[in-house]
Design a binder for this molecule. Structure first.
Ligand SMILES: [Zn+2]
Length: 120
């Protein structure tokens, strides 16, 4: 379902692609929005997750919607369009695996990701 994936990822426009100061590790994310829950990030408290690291997480089965982290507006839009939770997850997963940019996460989403990682 490429159209849904495109819609889901259309809003992901943080500065990670062009930043030159990125090193390995979990650096501070630039100001923007959390890539999972869409909360505003002020450029000081966000966490930047390298794309490869995030893909590893997705491969291990991380599902932000099932964990209640995904922005409610996205979930509501998908429900309104008659997209099942499974279709939604498949589209999200496909988009996440195709994405080559780093991810910006808020504190709460980082906590959730860390909890998931420590449980696998
Ligand atoms: Zn978040």
């Amino acid at each position: 379902m490429p159209q849904l994936a495109e819609r889901l990822f259309h809003g992901r426009k943080h500065a990670a692609e062009t930043a030159k100061d990125f090193g390995a590790g979990w650096a501070v994310a630039p100001a923007g929005r959390c890539d999972i829950c869409s909360r505003d990030l002020d450029g000081k408290h966000g966490h930047r997750i390298p794309a490869a690291e995030f893909k590893r997480l997705v491969q291990q089965g991380y599902n932000p919607r099932a964990r209640g982290r995904l922005a409610r507006s996205l979930v509501a839009a998908a429900d309104g369009a008659g997209i099942s939770a499974d279709q939604f997850y498949q589209a999200w997963r496909q988009g996440a695996m195709a994405d080559t940019t780093d991810w910006a996460l808020c504190d709460a989403c980082l906590k959730d990701v860390a909890a998931f990682m420590s449980a696998v």
